[in-house]
Write a protein that binds this ligand. Structure first.
Ligand code: NAP
Ligand code: MG
Length: 402
């Protein structure tokens, strides 16, 4: 069989631990035999990041900007324990944070649904995609412990030195105070990424905040979304038969639970952090969650939502076979190949990505799956396989479909 040709390279970003092992197997078993893969390779494994003073992370972000599509393996975000484990020169920042900042992007997470593993919410029929603003608010907050008898004030000094001053609270007992901010430019990028992704995936867009309480703060988010929608996206949405609507976060939560799914729910940073864990758990498993970073000017980075699965990696190092679920990492590859195909007008590549996804889903629906899913399986006894066993089963189905 002739392998599918590619015209433009994909940015391939390698990572750490168990997911690095899966990465190699996925390429060897499911991609290289069928696609004449054209990539620009960046090794974001922790040793390489340390060796290059993290320059490699910045370089790979630039490469995504240049080529438009990247696929990323999970990576370790170093902490104190990793400093000793890897003998690091510095506690390097989260690569995801660095890439996100460079692309000014928004993260979209959606579950992979299979027949036989039902969402905890009975009426959910289609995936719910969470779009999380990944900048500012409480994640960039400044906090103080207040002491009894003290006064907290909000002071803003403009560029000419004029001060405005408001009392937050005069403390009769001890307490707490936080200062938070966001930027109009970042909110606007978030809005454009959401509208663009809704058009790309042909889904309605919901956006929710608490603007009845935070009238200026959340009110600004609401206004920027509405202004950008009206001036840049309304016509395209109407032409595509899609809707955008804004509602209060509490109303959104109630509607989401009653819905059938199949839409994008845009959330502020904290809301997105919390709600994406709720939605992914209710749909089944983190190992069945896809994640894509989309920049406002249409650059895409696909990855799995889970981490490097350290516990399984230590078992692997002891020579044990693991039953780590490769689904989210395979879908990162299919997402990237399909987007590359779409941008390059390469239909064969798009078709291949769709067939690989179908082979994966058919394998699970046929009862063959990794250990994490077996516990959720509702159709009798599951055939539990190792990661390699799962990839082999998918390959058999894929070959049959090509
Ligand atoms: P994790 O790697 O997501 O794993 C947490 C647990 O979830 C695992 O121990 C496993 O449970 C289960 N799990 C996750 N993915 C699975 C899969 N594909 N198949 C089967 N089970 C799976 O999170 P973590 O242990 O908190 O973090 C490990 C490392 O990943 C950290 O160094 C962190 O910095 C990094 N991380 C990277 C990213 C990223 O690059 N996107 C995201 C998050 C974390 P059992 O042990 O019960 O089997
Ligand atoms: Mg979280």
């Amino acid at each position: 069989m002739e392998r599918i040709r590619m015209t433009t390279p994909l940015v391939e970003i390698d990572g750490d631990e168990m997911t690095r092992i899966l990465w190699k197997s996925i390429k060897e078993q499911l991609i290289l035999p069928f696609v004449d893969l054209k990539v620009e390779y960046y090794d974001l494994g922790l040793p390489k990041r340390d060796e290059t003073g993290d320059q490699i992370t910045h370089d790979c972000a630039e490469a995504i900007k240049k080529y438009g599509v990247g696929v990323k393996c999970a990576t370790i975000t170093p902490n104190a324990q990793r400093m000793t484990e890897y003998n690091l020169h510095e506690m390097w920042k989260s690569p995801n944070g660095t890439i996100r900042a460079a692309l000014d992007g928004t993260v979209f997470r959606a579950p992979i649904l299979v027949d036989g593993i039902s969402p905890a919410v009975r009426n959910w029929k289609a995936p719910i995609t969470i779009a999380r603003h990944a900048y500012g608010d409480v994640y960039r907050g400044t906090e103080v412990r207040a002491t009894a008898g003290g006064k907290a004030e909000l002071v803003f000094t403009d560029k000419d030195g004029n001060e405005s001053r408001q009392t937050i609270y005069e403390f009769e007992c001890d307490g707490v105070v936080t200062g938070q901010y966001n930027k109009d430019s970042s909110i606007a990028s978030f809005a454009r990424s959401c509208f663009q992704y809704a058009l790309d995936t042909k889904q309605d867009l919901w956006f929710s905040t608490k603007d009845t309480i935070a009238k200026k703060y959340d009110g600004t988010f609401k206004e920027i979304f509405q202004t950008i929608y009206d001036s840049e996206y309304k016509e395209q949405f109407e032409a595509a038969g899609l809707t955008y609507f804004y509602t209060l976060i509490d109303d959104a939560v109630a509607r989401v639970i009653r819905s059938e799914g199949g839409f994008i729910w845009a959330c502020k940073n904290y809301d997105g952090d919390v709600m994406s864990d709720m939605v992914s758990t209710a749909f089944g498993s983190l190992a069945m969650m896809t994640s894509v970073l989309v920049s406002p000017d249409g650059k895409y980075e696909y990855e799995a939502a889970h981490g490097t699965v350290t516990r399984h990696y230590y078992q692997y190092l002891e020579g044990k076979e693991t039953s780590t679920n490769p689904m989210a990492t395979i879908f990162a590859w299919t997402g990237a190949l399909s987007k590359r195909g779409e941008l390059d007008g390469n239909e064969a590549l798009q078709t291949f990505a769709a067939r690989l996804e179908k082979a994966c889903i058919d394998t699970i629906e046929g009862g063959t799956m990794t250990k994490d899913l077996a516990a959720l399986w509702e159709k009798g006894k599951a055939h539990v396989v190792t990661s390699d066993g799962f990839l082999a089963a998918v390959r058999t189905r894929l070959e049959r479909s090509l």
